[in-house]
Design a protein around this ligand. Structure first.
Ligand SMILES: NC(=O)C1=CN([C@@H]2O[C@H](COP(=O)(O)OP(=O)(O)OC[C@H]3O[C@@H](n4cnc5c(N)ncnc54)[C@H](OP(=O)(O)O)[C@@H]3O)[C@@H](O)[C@H]2O)[C@@H](O)CC1
Ligand SMILES: [K+]
Length: 512
């Protein structure tokens, strides 16, 4: 699903109005009705009081439409106008009149006004600012937003949490912290970023009938990747195929006490469909690997406890390297020698990334399309420190452009940066923040590359499947008890969903 910029949202809005020959207040009516419909389906006529805080633009106008519908359906409402500007949008005024016609006189909140008291158990509807926010809110408006955050009410934001910029960092003290965000048609980028996503506990996208062909024609910088995007990438296995059809992957890593990382990656690689998997490890890894994974072939270097050389008598169809490898001088030298001769598609993780951070000349030795899978700490060592998430993404794009690689930035919404685009993953849960989870991901992506998936396909699908497998763990585990091998155990179930009926697909999309 595309993630639109504020400008693209405005363009889609204007195009829809023109193409359908409707008035802009009709689109606002659709937007407000969609919000009301969702609220009504949750509240079911409950006698709770809803405090509706409206700005003076179109986000506030949406709030007024919702207020009218709530009133007409017998809900108790209290409407406030947050008077941060003397300007009022035309559709705000139309809907203010419609409310006044029904004898509702909103309370106007100005700089000098006392902050309203919101009793516990009531609901706050936040329609102060939407996507039109273009500067920091004034201090008194921030105080009002903070008082809503401090209240014990359930906070539901319309379109975006007020105060949240779509394309730059928002100060936490200047943003409404929403339990729910009811957003129009497409989710917004800050919902998925670590610093701003926490102000948006849950989001729901409500269809307001923006012109689909226009949206299809937009080139967006970011996209949300769900089942619908990944399923077309999936390649069915051919009846007359054999293990050679699906490649021979090589997993390289491990050191004394860290052999589990290679075991986890190797198994995930096999479970993701690679025809053959060979693990290359130091001598001490031979017995554990052979015992843990009879399906995996094992080769060892000369040294017992660390990698001092990497050589194999075949050309792998893909290589995953770095897990548990260590960053001793000898291991980095072995890594360099390997990169100098390697031409196979490559995934670099963990100590492979740390080695690159120590010796950046290694970057030049990676084949184009190499997939790097850093967690935030490894990313910072690779691209340098950033001041906020937006700068981080810009730096990541620049890095990807300069080094012709892909970055898989691991986190709550793992982001794949490829070419000029950022792809936000929709699967996964905090139960996956556990030792070895990243090793499994590297194995999955390597397994997909091994079968001939292109680097971008392997990264997108790998991240999605890994997250989905983590979600499926929760049928039998809790977030606390899920461990990396549970994720691997559910890779099969995640793949199986690619051949189920459309109804399952829809159900899953709604849950997302
Ligand atoms: N597109 C769609 O699909 C649909 C969109 N709809 C709704 O419209 C919303 C966007 O509405 P919007 O453009 O009127 O802007 P909104 O966020 O209400 O702000 C109001 C104005 O405040 C101003 N302003 C900005 N920052 C400020 C600040 N810090 N302190 C003080 N003032 C500040 C700025 O005006 P300025 O002063 O710059 O002229 C701005 O225009 C969107 O989120 C959705 O809810 C639906 O109704 C229909 C379908
Ligand atoms: K809002």
């Amino acid at each position: 699903m595309k993630i639109l910029s504020a400008e693209q949202i405005r363009a889609a809005d204007a195009f829809t109005i023109e193409k359908e020959g409707i008035q802009s207040d009709e689109l606002m009516e659709r937007a407000g009705s969609a919000i009301f419909g969702w609220l009504n389906s949750q509240l079911n006529g409950s006698p709770v009081t809803l405090h509706i805080f409206c700005g003076t633009g179109n986000n506030g106008g949406d709030g007024l439409v919702v207020a009218r519908h709530l009133l007409e359906h017998g809900y108790q409402i209290q409407v406030y106008i947050v008077n941060y500007s003397d300007k009022r949008s035309a559709d705000f005024l139309i809907n203010l009149d419609r409310l006044k016609d029904r004898k509702v006189w909103p309370e106007v909140i100005k700089e000098e006004s006392a902050l309203p008291v919101i009793p516990e158990g009531d609901i706050v509807l936040d329609a102060i600012f939407g996507t039109g926010l273009n500067r920091e809110p004034e201090p008194w408006v921030c105080k009002l937003m903070q008082s809503l955050n401090k209240s014990k009410a359930l906070v539901v934001s319309i379109d975006v949490p007020s105060g949240m910029f779509l394309e730059r960092h928002s100060d936490p003290k200047q943003v409404v912290h929403a339990h729910y965000v009811l957003t129009f048609q497409h989710p917004k980028l800050p919902f998925f970023l670590p610093s701003s996503g926490r102000f948006c506990e849950q989001w729901v996208a409500l269809d307001i009938g923006l012109h689909q062909e226009f949206i299809d024609s937009l080139d967006t910088a970011y996209e949300l990747i769900g089942f619908r995007e990944v399923r077309p990438l999936y390649r069915f296995r051919k009846k007359f195929s054999h293990k050679g059809t699906y490649g021979h992957a090589l997993i390289v890593g491990g050191s004394h006490g860290k052999m589990g990382a290679v075991i986890l990656s190797s198994e995930a690689c096999l479970r993701s469909g690679s025809g053959l998997v060979t693990a290359f490890v130091p001598g001490c890894g031979y017995n554990p690997l052979q015992s843990a994974l009879p399906e995996v072939m094992v080769m060892t270097g000369k040294d017992e406890s660390e990698l001092t050389e990497i050589r194999m008598p075949f050309t792998p169809s893909a290589v995953g390297i770095g897990m548990g490898m260590g960053t001793s001088k000898a291991s980095i030298a072995a890594f360099r020698a390997f990169l100098e001769s390697n031409t196979s598609p490559l995934v670099v993780d963990a100590d492979g990334l740390n080695a690159i951070s120590k010796d950046r000349s290694l970057l030049k030795l990676m084949p184009p399309g190499t997939v790097l899978t850093p967690h935030p700490g490894e990313l910072e060592r690779l691209i340098g420190p950033w001041k906020d998430d937006f700068e981080k993404l810009e730096m990541a794009r620049k890095f990807v452009g300069e080094h012709h690689c892909l970055l898989v930035i691991k986190g709550a919404h793992t982001m794949v940066v490829s070419g000029t685009k950022g792809y936000v993953n929709s699967t996964g849960n905090p139960g996956m923040a556990t030792a070895g989870s990243g090793d499994v991901l590297t194995g999955v992506i390597t397994g997909l590359l091994s079968q001939g998936y292109l680097p971008e396909e392997a990264a997108l699908m790998g991240v999605y499947i890994h997250g989905r497998a983590g979600d499926l763990c929760l049928d039998s585990q809790s977030m606390e008890s899920s461990i990396a091998s549970d994720i691997t155990a559910h890779i099969g179930a995640a793949f199986r969903e690619f051949y189920t009926e459309d109804s399952d697909e829809k159900e899953r999309e709604v849950r997302e």
